[in-house]
Design a protein around this ligand. Structure first.
Ligand code: GSH
Length: 285
């Protein structure tokens, strides 16, 4: 990437003494224009701050979390920046790309597609793990301490990135994550199109498989609503629980009676996650 990668400011909105800004840029990994959101806490006016990545779920853009989770008040108090990438490449019109809510646009699944017609653009793993971090570090007052969280498909993304990239994230957490995509309908649909029918290529994007392989010891912190419509068919947190137990991998899984899959659930527990992240982001190395 050139040192002068350009960003176009889309909007700037003051919030809790800090700024919520949206930027457009050309994403090389995705070969299209992308928009991302960044919340800069008031501390960022005078010092470099740590950063939490948030990966959203199916149908989302960079805006859902910023508008609905209610994270800004505490992020401002704790002094952490938050970046929300979009959930897929945009502005394209690949065959079938916009036909369903759980595949194509709004549903990149944070993988690097290898199959046509997706392989040229659907490289959200590289975009979120490497390209966007490098853009953010270059343009904003961040200090290199980063953590990651996400919801549903984005919870899957957060877990996979943290498990595959030891040392990159000081903490990882997730709300209602897809933990075993190779065994659920959302994951099977997406992976068969993006990665092809050979399931050996799928396991590198599956949190249960990554824990079973034991490549990382990163502790996992997960909240799950018990009234979540997707719990049994898609999310299956008990599978991650079993994988972690087998490997003695550190996992905190909290189940909350009555909560569904929505941002009302996320907003109810986001404070615990932000405090969990802040504690680890500010820990002396
Ligand atoms: N019925 C939902 C299914 C998808 C869904 O629940 N998406 C979650 C993530 S997996 C979400 O965050 N939706 C957007 C929102 O609530 O703001 C829809 O089509 O929006």
């Amino acid at each position: 990437m050139s040192m002068s990668e350009s960003l176009e400011l889309v909007s700037a909105t003051k919030s809790f003494g800090g700024w919520l800004k949206r930027y457009k840029h050309h994403a090389r990994a995705l070969d299209c224009e992308m928009v991302f959101s960044i919340y800069l806490p008031p501390q960022a006016e005078s010092e470099r701050v740590p950063l939490m990545w948030w990966l959203s779920g199916l149908t989302c853009t960079d805006e859902n979390f910023m508008q609905k989770a209610g994270a800004q008040r505490l992020a401002a108090e704790l002094g952490i920046a938050i970046v929300c990438p979009d959930t897929s490449p945009r502005g394209l019109d690949l065959p079938g790309e916009h036909d369903s809510y759980d595949f194509g646009s709004g549903a990149g699944f944070y993988v690097n597609a290898t199959q046509e017609p997706w392989a040229k653009h659907y490289r959200m793993y590289d975009y979120v793990a490497e390209e966007l971090p490098s853009v953010v570090r270059q343009h904003f007052p961040v200090n290199g301490r980063e953590s990651i969280s996400g919801h549903s498909m984005g919870g899957h993304g957060a877990l996979v990135l943290a498990l595959r990239r030891p040392g990159q994230y000081a903490a990882v957490s997730a709300f209602a994550p897809v933990v075993n995509p190779i065994e659920c309908p959302w994951g099977q649909k997406a992976f068969s199109h993006y990665l092809g029918e050979d399931k050996r290529a799928w396991t590198q994007y599956d949190a249960c498989e990554l824990v079973a392989k034991g490549a990382s010891r990163q502790p996992l912190f997960i909240d799950q609503g018990e009234a979540d419509n997707f719990l049994e068919e898609q999310l299956m947190p008990e599978r991650l629980e079993a994988a972690c137990e087998k490997r003695d991998h550190p996992l905190t899984l909290r189940r909350h009676a009555g909560y569904d899959h929505s941002y009302y659930f996320i907003a109810s527990f986001i404070e615990d996650h932000l405090r969990y992240h802040a504690e680890r982001l500010y820990k002396k190395r």
